[in-house]
Every structure is written in C-alpha cells, then in structure tokens.
Ligand binder design. Structure first.
Ligand code: APR
Length: 248
C-alpha cells in the first residue's frame, strides 16, 4: 500500500482539478452497511421488493415499515468517519473540488465538503408523491406509516429508487466534472450500478488518472483504474493526507 499512497499523493499534488466519486464503502466505518457483499443491505432485503419504485407504489406501507424505517434508524446515528473528514481536509487544502456521491446519508456535507453532487438523491428530505411538497425527514410525522402530507399524498424519501431516473441536471454536471478533472478518486463503490459506474470511465477517457480506494477489486480495476489503493477508506485517507501534508 505504501508505494501507492506515495504515488497517489504525488498525482494529487500535481493535479489541478481533483474529483471524488464515492459509494457505500466510505460510510461503512460510520455504521452504515453497504448494499452488496457480506452484511450488505441487499442480503437482508430484496431490492426489487423494497427499493424499486413500483414496489413503493404498490405497497408504500411495507417499504416504509421495513426498509425506510431501518435506514432512518441507521442514518440518525451516523457521523462522518476519517474518510469523510479526509475528503473535507482535501477540499480545505484547495485540492478536491467536487464529490459525486451515490450515498444518500449526507455525511460528506456534515464533514464539511461544500460541492457534493448527490447522484442518488438524499434521505434528509421527503417529497409528497401527490403534490410534490417537501418536508425534512427530521420534521416528518411518522406516528402514522406511511407518513402523509396534508394533501393526503404519501411521502417518499428524495432518494433515487430502482426504476427511477437520475436527475438530468445532476447527471449532466457529473459528466462535466468527470470530463474536466485530472485525477478522480473512486472510493468505496462496487461500480456495478449505472449510470454512476460510467463516471470514472468518462474521466479516464478524458485523460484523468483514476485512483481506486477499496479493499476489493471492482469491474473498474482492470480497464479503467490506473491503480488501486487496497484498503479501508478511513485508513487510506489518513495515510494519504499525512503524505500530502508532508510533501506539500
Ligand atoms: N472502505 C472502502 N471501501 C469499502 C469499505 C471500506 N471500509 N467497505 C466496503 N467497501 C467497498 C466494497 O468492497 C464494495 O466495493 O465498498 C463497495 C460497496 O459496494 P455497494 O454496496 O455495491 O455500494 P455502492 O457501490 O455505493 O452501490 C451503488 O447501488 O443499490 C444501489 O442505490 C444503491 O447507491 C447504491 C448503488
């Protein structure tokens, strides 16, 4: 790992425009389980039964009672870990410009990053399926499930469910920053879900150095990533920051 930390610090310090793409793995140390793999959420819940928009429309009470309440309980307790804090420090140093995250936990903003593209939306807000009124999840009345808006419509978290479109504006901006960056850090994503998985490919094709941080290989590791720092996000970010601060 040591050689790759050194190499990444050098690449990052030479770069003018560093962007990060993050996935569930970056929040594991904050107590939020990933989706895939051992202990993953999709081992416990079939995503087609709980995380597809058709499933929500068919039976919102079931989806609210099982998946959404479970996620609420987990997110309410979660705090940024060393990896989130490391990315916030990289922004503070003027190095990291933008984070594109697939996570809906809001932890990058809590850590202090200011330009975060929430590719799959965020859990902090709910939208009424009938009148589109928004309500913060913190202020939502959950004494009745599914929670309802005063118009009678059902609230749904502002997260992108399977079968829903990515916001065209967020997709456009993500592609734009991916084409413009000269280093992309890809942290804690299995890179299995499109279109997020194509963002590093866009960066690579536009000439960026793609650095993966993950304990496991992914479909990007062979063709897209220039190299991988194998390890947990928090540990890698701590070592990377130490190297950058020492070299700077
Ligand atoms: N540090 C870094 N990476 C980690 C860590 C860690 N501590 N722990 C696990 N990982 C890696 C795993 O090896 C895996 O590659 O994080 C990745 C998590 O993969 P997924 O659970 O598939 O999460 P993600 O890639 O974010 O999923 C994409 O799928 O179901 C949807 O909408 C959901 O946004 C999500 C999307």
């Amino acid at each position: 790992m040591k050689d790759f930390i050194y190499k990444a610090a050098k690449d990052i310090l030479t770069a003018k425009y560093v962007v990060a793409l993050t996935g569930a793995g970056i929040s594991v140390a904050s107590g939020i389980p990933p989706f895939r793999g051992k202990g993953g959420l999709w081992e416990k819940f079939d995503p087609m039964e709980y995380a597809h928009i058709d499933a929500f429309r068919r039976d919102p009470e079931k989806v609210w009672n099982v998946l959404i309440m479970e996620m609420k309980g987990i997110f309410d307790k979660a705090k940024p870990n060393d990896a989130h804090k490391g990315l916030a420090k990289l922004e503070g140093l003027g190095i990291l410009k933008t984070i594109i995250t697939q996570n809906v936990d809001g932890l990058h903003q809590l850590a202090g990053n200011t330009d975060v593209i929430e590719f799959h939306g965020n859990f902090a807000w709910q939208r009424c399926m009938a009148c589109e009124k928004r309500c913060s999840t913190a202020n939502l009345d959950i004494s009745q499930i599914p929670p309802r808006c005063e118009c009678g419509g059902i609230y749904k978290p502002e997260c992108v469910f399977f079968g829903e479109m990515i916001s065209p504006h967020l997709l456009w901006r993500s592609k734009k920053v991916a084409s413009a960056c000269d280093v992309m850090l890809v942290i804690g994503t299995s890179a299995l879900i499109q279109p997020a998985a194509s963002i590093p490919v866009i960066a690579k094709e536009a000439g960026a150095i793609v650095i993966e941080v993950n304990p496991e290989k992914t479909p990007l590791s062979h063709d897209t990533s220039d190299y991988m720092i194998k390890g947990k996000a928090g540990e890698v970010l701590n070592r990377l920051l130490a190297e950058i601060e020492q070299t700077k």
